[in-house]
Write a protein that binds this ligand. Structure first.
Ligand SMILES: Nc1ncnc2c1ncn2[C@@H]1O[C@H](COP(=O)(O)OP(=O)(O)OP(=O)(O)O)[C@@H](O)[C@H]1O
Length: 343
């Protein structure tokens, strides 16, 4: 018997998770597991409830070798998956993560190869995985770093010192037009489904002149990345758009996909290619593998000083796994095999 915390996001998938949740609860209990329903009406209470549950779970190394003793299962989309992963890594990293996909985009479910749109099949998959040693996958760690115009001692990189905050992602962190589109899509009420990303993109393209973002990957300055910045642990965003088609969350490296500011005409030509991942063969797109990435306002040099002649940095709010995570400057570090996953 496994202890299972079940976290349903009733808002996910336009009500799909509200239907899938009771199915998952009934099937997991029928299979003889000790299921604790952690579902809450809002995200803040859900986060608090998951943390309280996880803090009570003791680590038992001998028991873990026979399959996971405790699991936190999210029912919903990439948002609830991100919430569950962050709760696990903050409070009880020995606890395994499981997912019943019932969101809109479901990119985490895609990475795991889980059945989407069929909660019964997804729970059957979960029950099978409970009998095995969980798979280990890499995660991305995000820390906010000091504002770039703080005085920086010689030899010091921006961001040395205490991290301001720390959180994790499993799929993709975006800091270019994809982040701006994500933020706008989250704000608009219509249309409801994935077509709101197309509406949001069209709105972002009006007056688009590129963002003031620079990327440094494992100490190498990749230069300005005004259009596209995707730091990918896994391959897709926005419901299957292959932004980093070769990213693999068990290779110990991020795939860092960047593109500088480009004419709107080139961008419109490039954008549809993201669906199939063929944009990476276009000469304006750069793909680099790295363990540590710094995202800086474009006017900042590597010593952390800001060139004020370039003006303020209008970088978009950075998004990871579809959720807002903060503003640049940010430091991203790959933590290899940090998460135990049922799949
Ligand atoms: N009661 C709740 N429990 C957990 N999360 C909630 C809750 N209410 C709202 N949310 C928020 O709902 C948002 C969307 O959730 P989620 O990503 O799971 O579904 P989705 O947007 O339909 O799917 P996807 O992200 O795969 O497109 C997240 O930002 C999450 O934080």
């Amino acid at each position: 018997m496994t202890r299972i915390g079940l976290l349903v996001n009733p808002a996910a998938g336009r009500g799909r998770a509200a239907t899938a949740g009771p199915i998952a609860l009934a099937e997991l209990r029928a299979a003889g597991h000790d299921v604790v329903d952690l579902t809450e009406p809002d995200v803040t209470s859900a986060r608090r409830r998951a943390a309280a549950f996880l803090r009570e779970q003791p680590a038992d190394a001998a028991r873990e070798r026979r399959g996971p003793s405790t699991v936190l299962v999210g029912v919903g989309g990439d948002g609830v998956a991100n919430l569950a992963v962050n709760a696990i890594l903050a409070h009880a990293p020995h606890v395994a993560f499981g997912l019943v996909p019932a969101g809109t985009g479901n990119d985490t479910a895609r990475s795991l190869g889980l059945p989407r749109g069929d909660p019964v099949a997804a729970v059957a998959r979960l029950l099978g995985a409970l009998t095995r040693e969980p798979r280990r996958v890499d995660v991305g760690e995000i820390t906010a770093v000091r504002p770039s115009d703080d005085p920086v001692a010689p030899g010091e990189e921006p961001g040395d010192g205490e991290p301001v905050a720390r959180r994790y992602f499993v799929n993709v962190l975006s800091a270019g037009i994809d982040a701006a589109v994500n933020g706008r899509a989250n704000r608009i009420g219509w249309p409801k489904g994935s077509s709101r990303y197309v509406v949001a993109l069209a709105a972002e393209l009006v007056g688009f002149h590129g963002f003031d973002v620079r990327v440094v990957a494992d100490g190498r300055d990749l230069g300005p990345a005004g259009t596209l910045v995707a730091v990918a642990n896994s391959r897709s965003i926005g419901g299957g758009m292959a932004i980093a088609p070769d990213a693999d969350w068990s290779d110990g490296l991020f795939d860092v996909v960047t593109a500088p500011t480009m004419p709107r005409r080139t961008l419109l030509h490039l954008f549809p290619r993201v669906y199939g991942g063929t944009h990476v063969t276009h000469p304006v797109v750069q793909v680099v593998r790295a363990r540590e990435v710094l995202l800086l306002p474009g006017g900042t040099d590597l010593t952390g000083r800001t060139d004020r002649r370039r003006g303020p940095a209008p970088a978009p709010l950075v998004h990871a796994d579809g959720e807002p995570v903060g503003d640049v400057p940010l430091r991203l570090r790959l933590v290899a095999e940090a998460l135990r996953v049922l799949a």
